[in-house]
Ligand binder design. Structure first.
Ligand code: HEM
Length: 382
């Protein structure tokens, strides 16, 4: 541990809401060593520089294949071209009705109860069911995805490598059986999973390992972020009813901008990693080749030097610098899908609900790293 960098342990949050720890670190120690050869970066401008220099800050951070997350150019470029098509307007236009029906059902049952636990009853099932609908997977797999996501988050929190490896193996078997079923089904029009199975890259079909990795990223990789987003937005709307009125008047584009701004103030995804390919410096701190750098999205999006008071709601003024969905070659390809899913959910909710209230702050449990947002959030929808 170097002398000028105090120890930073993302698993030992001092404040109930870990976002407050990130705020403190950004101001006290913006480049912090967390472990041997591991660095956390908290400032918006440093993170932008990292994102814009994939040669120095490689995404090749894992021994496990992750398509395209852990790839660097030129390999990354070809896979991104293939993937980006699945998030185009043309493809996404098939899903709003399904997403609306999923939202309606969940919101109906939440409204029927006095209060509801927002993560277990709304966020997680909505995220898992919409991902199943998007991929053309059977609806009953949604529950499996939720269970898997929660168990994986727990194992990651406990840093239980054996459990993580076992869960990864179980998920691989599940995805492979879905791929086999869909490969043999002649459904018309084909599901998105079937279309991906038939894709070719450099003249060859995607391997089972590549397909499994893509589906893992599009399901469990994202169920956590999407569910966290729903909890964070519900909490914000309960605290700021005037924004609810603003949302009720908004058209689709404005609504997505408002939701992006709420998620800028409290990010649903904590961090992604990079690996230094050469010796470099960040804010005067020497980073050795092979060191791992954690990009803290939640902190970057609250940097006072860029946003002034980070809690000032200003969708128009802050949109340009909002790193909610990343920036550079790894910018989130699923952003149009995530924005659409969130917009449809909250539109449905606001149509059925006149008031969102938090019955008691004691019924709130903040999520712990690597998750963000809330682990438990009781809300009353009237
Ligand atoms: C609120 C929800 C979401 C948030 C906040 C989010 C955020 C992000 C961020 C910040 C990155 C950049 C990572 C990096 O630079 O290392 C990213 C990448 C990625 N996201 Fe999302 N995402 C969300 C939803 C989704 C969805 C729904 C999908 C797909 C179904 C998706 C698929 C991906 C993939 C495949 C990458 C890697 C891209 C690459 O490496 O080129 N995301 N996401």
């Amino acid at each position: 541990m170097s002398d000028n960098n105090p120890q930073w342990n993302p698993r030992e949050s001092k404040c109930p809401m870990q976002r407050d720890d990130f705020d403190e670190m950004r101001n006290k120690c913006p480049v912090a060593k967390s472990d041997s050869s591991k660095w956390w970066v908290f400032k918006h401008s440093d993170i932008e520089e990292i994102l814009e220099d994939p040669e120095t800050f490689s995404s090749d951070v894992s021994s496990h294949l992750s398509v395209p997350n852990t790839m660097d150019p030129p390999e990354h470029t070809a896979y991104r071209e293939l993937i980006d098509h699945y998030f185009s307007e043309e493809v996404l236009s098939s899903f709003p009705d399904d997403f609306r029906a999923i939202s309606e059902k969940l919101v109906n049952s939440a409204v029927a109860n006095d209060c509801t636990e927002a993560m277990g009853d709304l966020g997680l099932p909505y995220a898992a069911r919409t991902q199943c609908a998007f991929l053309g997977w059977p609806t009953d797999l949604a529950e499996t995805l939720v269970t898997w996501t929660l168990e994986n988050q727990q194992a990651a929190r406990d840093q239980d490598r054996d459990r993580l490896a076992k869960l990864a193996g179980e998920f691989e078997s599940l995805v492979q059986s879905v791929i086999e079923q869909q490969r043999n089904s002649g459904q018309k029009p084909p599901t998105l999973t079937q279309s991906l199975i038939r894709e070719k890259i450099d003249g060859h079909r995607l391997s089972l390992e590549e397909l499994t990795s893509i589906f893992r990223n599009w399901t469990v990789g994202e169920v956590g972020s999407l569910a966290a987003s729903i909890g964070i937005i519900l909490y914000y709307l309960a605290e700021c009813p005037h924004i609810v009125d603003h949302l009720r008047q908004a058209d689709s584009a404005e609504m997505e901008d408002v939701l992006d701004e709420i998620l800028r103030m409290h990010g649903p995804l904590v961090a992604n990693r990079r690996k230094a390919t050469r010796e470099t410096t960040i804010r005067g701190t020497t980073i050795e080749p092979g060191d791992t750098i954690y990009i803290n999205w939640v902190s970057a999006n609250r940097d006072e030097e860029v946003f002034g008071d980070p809690d000032t709601f200003d969708p128009d003024g802050n949109a340009e610098n909002n790193l909610l969905y990343g920036k550079g070659i790894h910018v989130c390809p699923g952003a149009p899908l995530a924005r659409m899913e969130l917009r449809i959910f909250f539109k449905e909710l606001l149509e059925q609900v006149t008031a969102i209230e938090l019955p008691s702050k004691q019924d709130i449990e903040y999520a712990k790293y690597p998750a963000s947002g809330f682990a438990r959030l009781l809300v009353c929808l009237q």
